[in-house]
Design a protein around this ligand. Structure first.
Ligand SMILES: Nc1ncnc2c1ncn2[C@@H]1O[C@H](COP(=O)(O)OP(=O)(O)OP(=O)(O)O)[C@@H](O)[C@H]1O
Length: 663
């Protein structure tokens, strides 16, 4: 596909996606009262400003608590539960203001406890304009920065002429053939424990000239391999940009790179509030404030703090104005010194880590002199929009893309945009065009997995990975009963257990199509099985319960969470990239028409099944779910290779009934 065609199509699909998101969030917040929004978890009302401090590398941080009049004397009042989390952008407004009023200011949530919420503001003035005695609300805002950056990078791609990324662009749009590898390297692996497929992937990635894809099926050590690629590149003197679509994936790589010996000179871009707390010391802000003329800046910051305090007490308008001017001057001085230091830190770094969107040139990379890297790594590439990948790719001459296109794709709200092509990731596109159509050698797959018992692995391997996966000996036969403190029972000795509700009259709730789905009877069966595992000594934190519908998640939480707070019950999207010793999947659907709904998405089932290390239990109505051929293959596989129980038996006190076969 030509660049122009791709850019134009993607720009229009992004508009559709943006519209869908605005429909969902912004119009919601304009139409609903703050009270309604609070109920939906996107607003906190009746807060007061408890304190503010200069922190987080020059920003102002304000602490909000529930209003005094809503607290009893000396009683700490809890905040209502909400979906607001650190890293979210929140608007600050008066509690009584109308939903259509613009917020007074906005900031980024730094921390949340049960009793307070702290918000970081870039402009200290914003906090000074807030009043200690007023009643405030914080409302989660739709974030349009990502869209602006995606569009800007697509336009940059369209305008790109002759620069370091030219060959990369031509190769990835199939305008030029990918060059062959540039010879053998006398590799000495830094991590000597790498297996054969990992070593091959590292060599391949380092010797390709434009693009290498590392295909990492579940548990195959993709991150371990990518870390070796980065460290080897650094030891060859290359400057590397390491990116991923999410902060958590970038932090994961950062953690592993900082544990390496010797660790490269690295810096992490991104707002410190969005980083894992123990990693903020690697953030650009932290490195800059340690690197520059620290003492001078510290003195200027102390002056800023003093001026702020004076401003609080100032009465006359004249005094306030002169203090404001002074503050402006002091902040300018800090920012000029910091800009110089930023440029210095970025040019010295061997590895710069960033989410894809923060690698945009309106972010800190604008301070890097030639704005170019020798190598751009995109981890979890199969979860990123292609447009986002181009933000990183335009900064490099060569790329290594790692991911698994057979796990979940990026979340897209507009079905229309997703179906029209927005869901097609760069990794999938390159595998289809360069690898399959043109037969170019651009991919290496990792084939030894370090997570699943081989019986859990084999179904996914056969169905999706051409039967190429093998289980490492350290995990091939491991079972729950081998864990310390776990006794040997029928459940803990079984790597695969199918609990069938067929014929047990445990039907899904009869609800209109657009409403979420639930199944009370199946929830009871799942709860009984989970209780059995816990009674046998399996720790609740080692168990995941996965259900495809929010309503079922709620039904299961009601039954299990009060007694077992460590237990995680979520939709499959919440478990991507993670693993648990035991996984129990509740398939929910049980109806006479054989409808399976969005269970039929292969990648979703793949992710759910491959989270399990030692035990996989699937609870389903085989009569219904086997209407889908892919799920039928799972049910048949589990019937042939695992234990099968009827749901009635589980509910009655669990007499194992082996050998129940399906036609
Ligand atoms: N060569 C190896 N030898 C022994 N253990 C390994 C090896 N490679 C990876 N592992 C182990 O396998 C586990 C998964 O590794 P890693 O985090 O690199 O995988 P991943 O593929 O990124 O995971 P995910 O499937 O979640 O994307 C880790 O516990 C890691 O220590």
């Amino acid at each position: 596909m030509a660049v122009e065609e791709f850019v134009n199509k993607t720009l229009s699909l992004l508009d559709k996606e943006r519209e869908a998101e605005i429909q969902e969030t912004q119009t919601l917040s304009e139409r609903l009262s703050a009270k309604e929004l609070e109920k939906r978890g996107v607003c906190l009302r009746r807060l007061q400003l408890s304190s503010h401090r200069s922190g987080l590398y020059g920003r102002m941080v304000a602490l909000f608590v529930p209003e005094a009049k809503h607290r009893g004397k000396n009683v700490k009042q809890e905040l209502p539960s909400s979906n607001i989390t650190p890293g979210d952008i929140v608007g600050v407004g008066l509690t009584n203001s109308s939903p259509t009023d613009k917020p007074l200011t906005s900031g980024i949530v730094l921390q949340m406890s049960a009793f307070n919420i702290s918000v970081a503001f870039d402009e200290s003035q914003d906090i000074l304009d807030l009043d200690d005695s007023a009643s405030y609300k914080l409302t989660k805002l739709a974030n349009d920065v990502t869209y602006r950056r995606l569009k800007a990078s697509l336009n940059d791609l369209l305008k790109y002429r002759d620069g370091p990324a030219r060959r990369l662009i031509d190769s990835l749009f199939v305008l030029e053939e990918v060059s062959g590898p540039f010879g053998e390297f006398p590799f000495k692996f830094l991590n000597e424990g790498l297996d054969e497929s990992q070593r091959e992937a590292v060599k391949f990635a380092l010797t390709q000239r434009e693009v290498a894809i590392i295909h990492g099926p579940p548990g195959t050590g993709k991150t371990t391999t990518v870390v070796e690629v980065i460290l080897q590149a650094v030891s060859q003197g290359l400057k590397v940009l390491v990116t991923a679509p999410s902060n958590i994936a970038v932090d994961n790589l950062l953690e592993r790179l900082t544990a390496a010996h010797p660790s490269p000179r690295l810096v992490r871009l991104g707002h410190p509030a969005r980083l894992m707390p123990h990693l903020t010391k690697f953030s650009l802000d932290a490195v800059v404030s340690a690197a520059e003329e620290t003492d001078i800046v510290r003195d200027v910051r102390a002056d800023i703090q003093k001026t702020l305090t004076k401003m609080k007490k100032a009465r006359g308008a004249g005094e306030r104005k002169s203090l404001r001017d002074e503050l402006k001057h002091l902040r300018k001085e800090v920012s000029q010194r910091e800009e110089r230091a930023t440029s210095e830190v970025l040019s010295r770094a061997q590895v710069v880590l960033s989410t894809l969107t923060t690698a945009s040139l309106d972010g800190p990379l604008k301070h890097l002199k030639d704005k170019t890297f020798d190598l751009v790594v995109i981890d979890e590439c199969s979860q990123a929009l292609e447009a986002a990948c181009w933000i990183g790719l335009l900064r490099g001459q060569k790329c290594v893309l790692a991911g698994d296109h057979l796990q979940l794709p990026p979340t897209i709200m507009s079905r229309e945009a997703a179906n029209a092509g927005l869901e097609l990731t760069l990794m999938e596109r390159l595998l289809a065009t360069l690898a399959e159509e043109k037969g170019q050698d651009i991919v290496r797959m990792l084939t030894t997995q370090y997570r699943m018992n081989q019986l859990i692995m084999a179904w996914a391997s056969q169905q999706l990975y051409q039967g190429k996966l093998t289980a490492h000996t350290s995990v091939a036969t491991h079972l729950l009963r081998d864990l310390e403190g776990v006794s040997n029972t029928e459940e803990t000795a079984a790597p695969l257990l199918l609990i069938d509700t067929a014929g047990c009259d445990l039907r899904e709730l009869d609800l209109p199509e657009e409403v979420s789905k639930g199944n009370e009877g199946e929830a009871d069966v799942v709860a009984t099985h989970v209780e059995n595992l816990i009674k046998a000594g399996v720790k609740p934190v080692d168990i995941a319960v996965i259900a495809p519908y929010n309503m079922q998640v709620d039904l299961l939480r009601d039954r299990l969470c009060p007694q077992h707070p460590g237990l995680e019950i979520k939709s499959v999207d919440g478990f991507q990239g993670r693993e648990k010793e035991a996984v129990v999947i509740s398939m929910v659907r049980s109806n006479l028409t054989g409808e399976v709904g969005f269970l039929s998405e292969k990648r979703r089932i793949n992710v759910a099944v491959t989270r399990a290390r030692r035990h996989l239990a699937v609870v389903c109505d085989s009569d219904t779910v086997c209407h889908d051929p892919f799920i039928a293959s799972l049910v048949h596989y589990m019937t042939d290779h695992g234990d099968v129980l009827s749901a009635d038996r589980v509910l009655q006190g669990q007499q194992q009934c082996r050998g129940l076969k399906y036609s």
